[in-house]
Each structure stands twice: as C-alpha cells, then as structure tokens.
Design a protein around this ligand. Sequence first.
Ligand code: AMP
Length: 189
Amino acid sequence: MKYLVLFGPPGSGKGTQSENIIKKYGYAHISTGDVLRAETANQTPLGVEAKKFMDAGQLVPDSLIIDMLAKTMDSYTDAKGIIFDGFPRTVAQAQALKEMLGKRGADVTVMINLQVDNDELIKRLLERGKTSGRSDDNLETIKKRLDTYNSQTAPVIDFYKEDGKLENIKGVGSIDDIFNAISKVIDAK
Ligand code: AMP
C-alpha cells in the first residue's frame, strides 16, 4: 500500500489535487480538516473542542488529532493507497504517523509539498471563503492560519527531507499541469 502525504499551506490545492489522485489512482483519502468539520457538524465532544481552535486559525492539539487519525486509518486496511491531506501538520504528528505505519511494517512512501507564495494563498483563501462555509473566510483568520503554518507546520518539511521522502512541486499554474507533476512523482514510486 502506498502512503502519500499531500502537504502545503492552506490554499495550496491539497483538496483539489486529492480529488484528482482519487479519480486516477483510486486511493483512500483522509482529510483531517474534513473529519473535524464532520465532528463539529455532529456536535461530538471532539467537534465541540476542535471548533474553538479552527475558528481561531489555530491547530487542534496533537493528542486529539493523533487519536482521531489512528481510528480513521484502521478503517482503510484494504486500500491501494492512502492520501493524508492536511496531516501531519506538526513534527509531533509526523513522528506519530511514522510510528503508526511502523506498527504495520510500513512507512510514508512520499511527501508531496505544494509550493505557493503568500500573496497567491491569501487571494485563493478569500475567494474560497465566499462559498465554502469554512471559518477561514476573513483576512484576519487567514493571516493567523498562515502564521500558524509558518511557525508550526513548515518544520514538517525538514522532517521528511531528512527522511528522504520530500518531493517539492510548484503549486501555481493550471490544475492539470500541477496534477501531471504529481502523477509523475506517484508513478516513480
Ligand atoms: P483544513 O481543512 O485542512 O484546511 O483544516 C481546517 C482546520 O482544521 C485547520 O485550520 C485546523 O484548525 C484544523 N486541522 C486540520 N487538520 C489538522 C491537523 N492535522 N492538526 C491540527 N489541526 C488540524
């Protein structure tokens, strides 16, 4: 089974490219953001707790996310591959994922890092906010999310670089061109 970490700042196209990967490769998809939004909509204890952080543009604490991920992953034992979308977002989460996969005798196959500059991200997130119903629909929350990304999430890139798994892909241009670059990386693994 292939384990693909689709990585990048908020607005870099992880959700869009996940859909393309699912269509072409039939992989299972775990988006921690989607799972959290479903928990919030159902007003579960996890959802109620998580919402406070999400609305403030902050990360949900590692312990909650790691438990949630372990449970979600257990339901995908037969998949051809799994896309992790929006996870890991901290080095502690990356370490936890390595341990979880290690217990299955597996490891992350590749980490695809979608690179997009800040101005473009802000433009895309403001546009998405008009229709998404997400809490990051205003400039203040968007800026907080980007700060959180730079301080807590970007260090995950070095974790995978040192682990020999990092593949950088330019996340600007046509969706098809970006997907072709992603496909080449997946096909090479
Ligand atoms: P996303 O849909 O991936 O943009 O995530 C939306 C929000 O959910 C983020 O701003 C965080 O508050 C929270 N979230 C999603 N994934 C994680 C994660 N792996 N670790 C911590 N918080 C997360």
